[in-house]
Design a protein around this ligand. Structure first.
Ligand code: ADP
Ligand code: MG
Length: 261
């Protein structure tokens, strides 16, 4: 048993000569709400896709909800994803002409759940994101913020312990973006571990933990002030630790809300 939902150990991702992610170590505890920030091309999506088991790293070890990802075959990986991880992207990926109740219900299409039950769960998820009055709307009848809330409903349909969001507010105006952020906070308060990539500095600063990437390395981790000194070659250790930390931020992770789940 472990309190960590995501553990990256010496994880690297190379594309030919490009090092998208370099020797990255990161532990995300159950119940955390973490912002991943950094300039375009710094490796944020690469890291999130590896956490989500959507891609296998070139080297290093990945554990998700305690499962060693490199030891799983594709079928086991699909099962882990289906049961453990919800994804939200900048684009909403909703099918035109399909009522949102069905779009969301289709998230359980391959789970063996009967159609009536899928629709019941879909309705519950849509109510949870504040769209109980939009069940039969089609995507073109919804605002951008509402579409993203539908996408979040679909992502949390099976109540996965881990929600990964890649720039979920990137296509939204600031008011809709704020609503989506509020929703992520609510889901986190209800026990879901949330990792969200954002360009928005204010958003990142409003979250309990901020991990900043630069050139494929962790430049700063607010839960582990020494991480940047380890991550960026040639940088000297700052030599100061926050009280109550073990240097890897583990005590903070264990004490995060929802850690008892
Ligand atoms: P971010 O999400 O922070 O903008 P990415 O993780 O998408 O950054 O990309 C990190 C680096 O890896 C970039 O230099 C990007 O061009 C490169 N990269 C990402 N995916 C691929 C790929 N499939 N093939 C080649 N290079 C890639
Ligand atoms: Mg990206």
């Amino acid at each position: 048993m472990t309190d960590a939902v995501v553990e990256l150990t010496e994880v690297s991702q190379r594309y030919g000569d490009v090092v998208a992610l370099a020797d990255t170590n990161l532990v995300i505890g159950r119940g955390e709400l973490v912002a991943i920030v950094g300039p375009s091309g710094s490796g944020k999506s690469t890291m999130l896709n590896i956490m989500g088991t959507l891609s296998r790293p070139t080297s290093g070890h990945v554990r998700v909800d305690g499962h060693p990802v490199e030891e799983l075959n594709d079928r086991e990986l699909s099962a882990l994803r289906a049961g453990t991880i919800g994804f939200v992207f900048q684009q909403f990926h909703l099918t035109a002409g399909i009522p949102v109740l069905d779009s969301v219900a289709d998230g359980l299409l391959y789970s063996g759940t009967p159609r009536a039950e899928r629709r019941r769960l879909s309705e519950t998820a849509l109510r949870r994101v504040g769209l109980g009055h939009r069940l039969y709307h089609e995507p073109h009848q919804l605002s951008g913020g509402e579409k993203q809330r539908v996408a979040i409903a679909r992502a949390v349909l099976g109540d996965p312990p881990l929600l990964l969001a890649d720039e979920p507010t990137g296509a939204l105006d600031s008011r809709s973006g704020a609503t989506v952020l509020e929703l992520l906070h609510e889901l986190n308060e209800a026990g879901t571990t949330v990792v969200v990539i954002t360009h928005d500095r204010d958003v990142a600063a409003s979250l309990p933990r901020e991990v900043r990437l630069k050139d494929g390395r962790i430049e700063h981790d607010s839960a582990d002030p020494a991480a940047g000194d380890r991550g960026i070659p040639g940088r000297r250790a700052a030599g100061r630790d926050l009280p109550g930390q073990d240097g890897a931020g583990r005590e903070i992770a264990a004490a995060a809300p929802g850690a008892e789940r």
